[in-house]
Write a protein of this length. Structure first.
Length: 208
């Protein structure tokens, strides 16, 4: 699978089998994340691999965050919601939590540290897809709750950025759809006529 195929065929897929993901496959995904670009070579990403029983503390942290928004935590409806929340990390056999620990280098712009960690996240999503896994990037308010910093031992400046749920897919990925890229592009120089450019290159080859 080449890079363009991987980019265009990857989909967010949460419906996965319970089969464990082999360690060597996980290591390849992590290595892909570790090769993301970072300004000043800070490599500010932090990865946490959750499998088996190691997923349950995440459920507990999600419950802790959810409790803050409940008027009646002891009510039957609230208890059911909390049970579902605690079980969320069990929806996939592998979770890779991605966090950022911004560098204290005065030359570093903090938002660029976040960008580097997000680039690492995309690298891992693409690598997992190329390795035959389905994955989905989950975030939301609980992801950024202080309980996550406590659970994963992040500093005050650190921040959890998302949870990548991975597993072998139960079904084929649906076809994707995007708007025409021209709708979000503005040419500030000379717009390239790619068809004309291709013809010129073909002519050069035929004359060589």
């Amino acid at each position: 699978m080449d890079i363009f195929e991987a980019i265009q065929s990857r989909r967010s897929m949460g419906l996965v089998k319970d089969d464990p993901v082999p360690k060597d496959v996980i290591e390849k995904i992590l290595e892909a994340g570790n090769w993301a670009p970072s300004h000043h070579r800070t490599e500010p990403w932090r990865f946490f691999v959750l499998t088996g029983e190691g997923r349950k503390p995440l459920g507990e942290a999600l419950v802790k965050a959810a409790l803050e928004n409940m008027d009646d935590p002891e009510g039957e409806e609230s208890k059911k919601k909390l049970e579902k929340t605690a079980a969320k990390p069990l929806r996939a056999p592998l979770i890779i939590a991605v966090a950022v620990e911004p560098s204290d280098n005065p030359k570093v712009i903090e938002i660029e540290e976040y960008g580097a960690a997000y680039a690492a996240t995309q690298n891992m999503l693409l690598a997992a897809h190329a390795l035959g896994l389905a994955g989905i990037w989950r975030t939301g308010k609980p992801c950024y709750h202080v309980s996550m910093n406590e659970l994963f031992g992040l500093s005050d400046r650190g921040k959890m950025l998302g949870f990548l749920y991975f597993g072998y897919p139960k079904r084929e990925s649906p076809a994707g759809k995007r708007k025409e890229v021209s709708g979000c592009v503005k040419w500030l120089g000379d717009e390239i006529d790619f068809d004309q450019f291709k013809k010129k290159e073909e002519l050069k080859e035929s004359n060589s």
